[in-house]
Design a protein around this ligand. Sequence first.
Ligand code: BGC
Length: 870
Amino acid sequence: MSKRSAKIVREVAAEGIVLLENIDNCLPLNNDNSVALVGKGCFEYLKGGYGSAEVVSNYTIGLLDGLLARKAKICDKSLQKNDVYDLETLNNFAKESKTALVMLTRNTGEGRDRAVSDFNLSFEEEQLFELLDKSNFNEVVVLLNIGHIINIAAMKQYKKIKAILLVWFAGMEGGNAICDVLYGDVTPSGKLTDTIAQNYYDYPSSDTFHDFPFFVNYKEDIFVGYRYFETFSKEKVVYPFGYGLSYTTFAFENVKYDFDDTQISVSVTVKNVGNRAGKEVVQIYSSSPKSDVLKSLIELRAYEKTKLLQPGEEQTLTLSFSIDDMAYFDERRASYVLEEGIYSIFMGSNVRDCVLCGEYKQNFEKVVYSTTLKFSFGLPYKINEDGKFVKTTYWGVSQEQNSATVFTAGAEGTLLESRSNSDDDLKQERNKYSLYDVEEGKISLETFIKTMTSAQIIEMTMGQPPALIRGTAGIGNIPSLKIPNPQTADGPAGVRSTIPTLCFPCATLLACTWNDDILFSVGAAMGDDAISNDVDILLAPGLNIHRDPLCGRNFEYYSEEPIVSGRSAAAIVRGMQSKGVGATIKHLAFNNKEENRRESISIVSERAIREIYLKGFNIAIKEGNPWCVMTSYNLINGIRTAMHDGLLKGILREEWGYDGLVMTDWHVNSHLWREIKAGSNIKMPCGYPEEIQQAKDHYKGNLISRKELEECARYILQTVMKTRRFKERNFGKTQKIDEFNILDFICLSATWSGTKREDDGTLSLTDIGLDRRGNDTFIDYRIENDKTSEFILRITASCLNSGQSVEIFMDGEKLVEVDCNTQNCSFEKFYVFESKPFVVPEGVHEIRSYVRGAKASDSIHYKKWEFIRK
Ligand code: BGC
């Protein structure tokens, strides 16, 4: 890990920390004054959440490490991690230190939502604050080490709390970054990308978030976050969208407003009139003319951050946006419409604190863009002018129909070609070229694809085995056509592996920087780390909208605001891809809660879909051009996103002109052939032979066409050709079989692998696990044999269930089956299983191993394979 990378992790963390309160200029702290660490949170710093954004880092700097590193004065007595305090103890600390630091932590992650109790302060936290109020401390500084918003308003009642810093999950350098801000080496310039309300139930989504496991009514429609609060419920806001304090003061001077036929622009001189160097964010909002159409009172249009301004220094920024951006989506006409009337343009440092800087008059109603409706259901509820929910005449999903199966049906595909796609076509051997002939300009990609058999393409529409430790899946992988197996890996906070990598701050912190340049550098550093770990495509960034504060994955996403989400994602994508590493924006779309995420139906109006939930993806694609898009697990208005042709073909390809690869999320509950028809290109991760077979059968039965397959092949191969693995002609390692050779599993592909820490502190691989997860998963390996002879295969493995076996294929033909049946099953117990003898001819061979078993959850962990020459 380079010093440069650690520096950017620390720099961005400090820039995304948001200062929420600073009564009596309590911060920055003075290095000469001692601080006391109160509460166990001070000793339990969380660098990130769990799930796809979980990263094993080389080291983690927690709060205490950060304080020690800068030689801060700390009350020794407070260094004992403690759960419960009494007044006497606290007053003892206060004899040495006048400032108490309290860090509140909340873990969160993929696959689970948070409970309302996680939002609220716990009884212990309340008691601690009460006690601190009675103590002899002068001031309490609260650090919020969280991945989702909590009840910050509740802290306002404690009079000793003088400062609150929202430090989020600040990554592996978090402790250093927090201290940089606490002690004023960095002036805070982070701004909220979400509204902080008084109470969880003030958020309009709270009404429906936990209602039903099988569906969620997005009743609030377009009124997400500040759009709701600023329009209907201003008084419920504690810290508005865009808000964040500084240690210095900025004046906005010389404001100039201008417009032409297409653009509105505002220029402003930002002057640092305080006495510390700092950065400020200028935010431009607009409000639309009043009409029958219910609209948000105010909406973000543009933003820009200054450079670091020294006291007295100034910078002029010019911000502009397209007039057409102010159009709303009219469902009746399926059109974006710019209403006639006066649009007011505001400028300021947050959604509340902004002033009118100009007006724009639209003289006639303009239909900006007409399309067709792609998401036919409407909302069963709508919000009216008073902010109340009322039933609509739209037909949505009723409670009785709260089963996903009702909606997964639909047309089973239509006959596309009169010609029958015969078995022969599937098997026809017509491969004459390799993918390098395309690279060398000998043939076009289209011609190369024509030489592929339909069977080859169908197999390629399935993800390929991961060849990295804790890798997720590969793509392509037809060595005979010189198509390598480029590797994907998670995720939004950096490369997820069991080998230590760089852990960046969570996405929400990144977005709170409102700084595209620094996010570009973060993306580039992620790209560098991906290269060091042999990763070709990162499964990041995530940019689902923060609809509700309790969504377990909010920390992996940026904001409640689509422009902030889209721009942040685009900057990260550009940075990553500048290094030749592909980005995957995810999860398209409406993945706004985690509970029952594979089966939950998001019921959203087409207007909210377009104005809120898809807009960020559109911006990220326009401004970042990511190599890949990952669809979500959930269903949208009854149809799985991975098989939604309105979303994929209609919007992504036709309306947005996206030319990259579309992959599903991992183990999504939809069928490959339906995904192909809808415009998805790869089903992730790998295995699923019955899905491949079904797709082949439906191809033969004319339910999918050759044209549809060729489309998939084009998107897959275009992406493969961009990767380093392709450019470096890297087809992985081939293992030579010598006598009693033990395969080197570190380079062997597998779905899961474990590491263990040795006594000397190094990490070593313990085993390779093949996890069947309801479908066959396989691993691939290449062996080289110097003379034709008979072998047996000896496998040392542990099994989760009895009745399992391992099937070995060589060059596509079944070689042998190894019975791995044991009674005493456990992952801790390793057994040795031996195959019958088989012949391996001289030369290089592809070996593929499948786990077969009686139960869907069967899995096997390999410790070693030995090819033993007889
Ligand atoms: C997550 C994705 C992730 C994938 C691979 C899924 O469960 O939803 O975000 O990239 O797993 O780990």
